[in-house]
Design a protein around this ligand. Structure first.
Ligand code: DGY
Length: 323
């Protein structure tokens, strides 16, 4: 029997997904430092048939010249692939796959969690107790913003945006407005209580909460900038579980400090793991370390999806999730 393809995981995965991979491939796991250093990448490109990167990887230009490398495919562990130069991959015959679908619910859950956490003082209240500041129930302490019935604006109405709309509409009676580059079927949208608006500005103007669900990189970099933050209501909140670079983080920090908007729930940052120095001190934002897909179930399914893509690739079949 031919040797099993050799695969490098650039960071450790949940155990069940690694075990499944080991049934088909010879697996090595880069254990640290993270992200995987460039010299390790260069060596890995000559050693492995496939590499499975994640959002934290800095992929060297050499990776895209597949004919010079042993590595012919990147099985990305994640749906977002703005860390991969897809144009260069196409030109260099490097195949790439991703993991859509399996993290939709986990990410929408996290977005709704951040919305509730920042609007209702769930995170602030927790710190209030831990800091020993709770003196007892009080009719005016830590008053939050009412969520049920408030208008939710969604930017990017793909799988995760629609899952967010579903939670808001069915769980919290929230009217939903959204912006999406392509037209979404009206019946599909209205089944989720959602209405497509022509511009991002219109969504920002109407919404009490704005949740971002568009891809990062390219023209979406700083989609939410100082001008667009000013279009939001001063009572509104921004939720970002998409990509950090969609928001100009300095402009957002300023907007949170001077009351341009009421608050933010952030799971992603422009230069992870660095967070803008002003944000941690602000009580009107809740900060999470990129946890959108972070459940055991979801992360395992992401690994299994990488595996199915690589199995197809080495069987010379089309990868189910080729990018
Ligand atoms: C995704 O899958 O895009 C998550 O943000 C992790 O990369």
């Amino acid at each position: 029997m031919a040797d099993k393809p050799r695969i490098l995981l650039t960071t450790p995965w949940p155990e069940r997904a690694v075990m499944a991979m080991q049934n088909h491939f010879e697996i090595d796991i880069h254990a640290g430092p993270l992200p995987m250093p460039e010299d390790r990448w260069l060596q890995a490109l000559q050693t492995y048939d496939a590499i499975a990167p994640t959002v934290i990887d800095r992929i060297p230009a050499q990776a895209y010249r597949a004919s010079e490398n042993r590595t012919k495919v990147l099985g990305n562990f994640g749906v977002g692939y703005n860390h991969i130069d897809i144009e260069a991959a196409r030109k260099g015959n490097l195949a790439v796959s991703n993991t859509p679908g399996v993290l939709t619910d986990a990410t929408a859950d996290q977005a709704m969690g951040l919305l509730l956490a920042v609007a209702r003082g769930i995170s602030l209240g927790d710190w209030h107790i831990r800091a020993g500041e709770w003196r007892g129930w009080n009719p005016t302490a830590l008053l939050g913003t009412h969520v049920t019935g408030a208008t939710l604006g969604i930017i990017g109405f793909g799988r995760i945006g629609q899952a967010m709309a579903k939670r808001a509409h069915f769980g919290f009676d929230m009217p939903v407005v959204f912006h999406n580059r392509s037209r979404i079927d009206e019946d599909r949208a209205s089944a989720l209580g959602a209405r497509q608006l022509e511009s991002i500005e219109a969504v920002l103007r109407e919404s009490d909460f704005v949740s971002l669900h568009c891809p990062g990189g390219g023209e979406n970099r700083h989609l939410i900038n100082v001008h667009r933050l000013r279009k939001m209501k001063p009572t509104a909140f921004l939720i970002n579980t998409a990509r950090g670079d969609v928001v100009d983080e300095s402009a957002l920090a300023e907007a949170l400090k001077n009351g341009t908007i009421a608050g933010a729930g952030l799971d992603v940052f422009e230069d992870e793991p660095r967070v803008h120095a002003d944000l941690p001190a602000l009580k009107n934002c809740v900060l999470n370390p990129h946890l959108g897909s972070a459940t055991e179930t979801t992360r395992t399914e992401m690994g299994l999806m990488v595996m199915h893509n690589l199995l197809a690739f080495f069987a010379k079949d089309p990868m189910p999730n080729a990018v």
